[in-house]
Write a protein that binds this ligand. Structure first.
Ligand SMILES: Nc1nc2c(ncn2[C@@H]2O[C@H](COP(=O)(O)OP(=O)(O)OP(=O)(O)O)[C@@H](O)[C@H]2O)c(=O)[nH]1
Ligand SMILES: [K+]
Ligand SMILES: [Mg+2]
Length: 461
């Protein structure tokens, strides 16, 4: 596009480094690059050059690269000036580019231009930011897959199928007098069911991908004095939370990010759940309940000497949390002679309320005995062993998960309407599902969404 201005930014991280890069994109990028280097720039050629100020004095020397539109990251003319890393030198070089007509880029503006020029779709552009921000190698691999378009391709495949179904349904509306089954209704329903299954599978993978990006969100819950705060401290490896023998010590939520063998986990300590308590404690319990609503995982801490007593207190709060780990704490206080296998079941027939839950882990937050087994289980959950590396995870954001969920709801509505032969309503629900998928890749887009997404990038990306 020729009506755009030319943007510039320091593309490398702040601070001194071996190499520092000023990146330019836009119609004047080449002219500015040639003015700075005082030489003609050929596309895709490494030019060793001096970078000159207005007086012709050398600011630095290094490599100038020119990528001609549209074969560049942004799809526009792009010039990269690679000099010696160093904040002052790069700032002077950037200032020179601005003198020559470039404007300072906003965060994410290079990727935004790549999106607007059709070089990347929206989910891929987001993957760029995720790749830069990836906290570990697994998250980086997953972002790379999303950037390669694996996620987008799956979304597009489902969207294409939905479009074909919509065409069929819209056509059937024109023959409203005929029963749907004479118009291929059975095949249509089967096709819709298969598309629903594909969408559900993609949603499960996107949820896994969101955990890879954001980390597993685990909430520690249990009755007062069970040792929740002690466990948080043990997992964090520092005295983050106040621990006393007074029931009701923790009132507010306490957030902590911990890493287990390179896998990130966000932990929240909460107020003990019980009947009664003063106003502050009750507010703490309300917050604990609210936090559990958005938890991926509840770590339920019970006193090993009386696990049954605490279970009733937490039963309501943990209903609806997708995954649970049961901990029987204070194992060191059990009478000698009781089986002390840290990872073992305590043998009580009602020890695990959820049929699919693993047996409780017996441990001591105080002494650390049994913590290894908890580490191992949390790591497995955070890494998403339920999905497995082999399927090739890709990062996804809450935005994607929410949108896929919305599409799944509309698809279910369309199926119901179709079985009632309400073709108009089915068509409407299918359109809504189709639009929702379009929002993920940016085919259907709201401009405030774009601003929101790209402003969270770093400058120079
Ligand atoms: N012996 C023993 N004591 C423990 C263990 N874990 C915690 N405690 C003690 O139990 C008491 C309560 O521990 P907290 O960590 O404050 O318990 P909490 O569940 O956070 O309590 P509230 O915040 O009041 O709900 C403290 O005196 C701890 O030192 C353990 O594994 N063994
Ligand atoms: K306490
Ligand atoms: Mg506490």
């Amino acid at each position: 596009m020729t009506d755009r201005d030319t943007i510039a930014a320091i593309a490398t991280a702040a601070g001194a480094g071996g190499v520092g890069i000023v990146r330019l994109s836009g119609p004047r990028a080449r002219a500015i690059g040639e003015a700075v280097t005082a030489r003609a720039l050929r596309p895709r050629h490494a030019h060793h050059a001096r970078f000159l100020d207005a007086a012709g004095e050398a600011i630095d020397d290094g490599i100038a690269l020119y990528f001609a539109a549209p074969a560049s990251y942004t799809g526009e003319d792009v010039v990269e000036l690679q000099g010696h890393g160093g904040t002052a030198v790069l700032q002077v070089l950037l200032a020179r580019c601005r003198e020559l007509g470039a404007r300072l880029a906003r965060p994410g503006e290079f990727s935004e231009r790549a999106f607007l020029e059709g070089r990347l779709d929206l989910a891929q552009a987001e993957a760029v930011a995720d790749l830069v921000a990836a906290g570990d190698a697994r998250a980086a691999r997953a972002a790379r897959r999303a950037l390669d378009g694996e996620f987008s391709q799956r979304v597009e495949a489902i969207a294409a199928e939905l479009l074909a179904i919509r065409v069929h349904v819209e056509a059937a509306i024109d023959f409203a007098d005929e029963p749907l089954d004479t118009l291929g209704g059975a095949a249509l329903r089967a096709r819709l069911a298969a598309t629903g299954d594909a969408l559900d599978a993609l949603l499960a993978r996107a949820e896994h991908g969101r955990r890879l990006r954001d980390g597993l969100h685990a909430v520690i819950v249990g009755p007062p004095n069970a040792g929740k705060s002690s466990l948080l401290n043990a997992l964090a490896g520092s005295d983050r939370a106040i621990v006393t023998d007074i029931a009701g010590t923790t009132r507010d939520l306490l957030h902590e990010v911990v890493r287990i063998d390179g896998v990130e986990l966000s932990l929240v300590d909460t107020a003990g759940l019980r009947d009664g308590g003063d106003a502050i404690e009750r507010e703490g319990m309300r917050r604990a309940h609210a936090e559990l609503q958005r938890a991926d995982l509840a770590i339920i801490v019970l006193d090993a000497r009386d696990p049954a007593g605490g279970r009733t207190a937490v039963a309501d709060a943990i209903a609806g949390v997708p995954q649970r780990v049961w901990v029987h704490n204070k194992a060191d206080l059990l009478a000698a002679g009781e089986p002390a296998s840290p990872a073992g079941n305590d043998g009580a027939p009602d020890a695990t309320p959820g049929a699919s839950d693993e047996p409780p882990l017996r441990l001591s937050a105080l002494s650390g005995v049994g913590l290894d087994a908890l580490h191992a289980r949390l790591k497995a959950l955070a890494a998403g062993d339920d999905i497995g590396e082999g399927t090739g995870a890709f990062t996804a954001r809450s935005r994607h998960v929410d949108t896929l969920r919305q599409a799944a709801v509309e698809l279910a509505a369309a199926r119901a309407q179709l079985s009632h032969e309400s073709l108009d309503l089915a068509a409407e629900a299918l359109r809504a599902a189709h639009d929702a998928l379009g929002e993920i890749t940016g085919r259907v887009r709201a401009d405030d969404l774009l601003g929101h997404i790209f402003s969270s990038f770093c400058v120079g990306k």
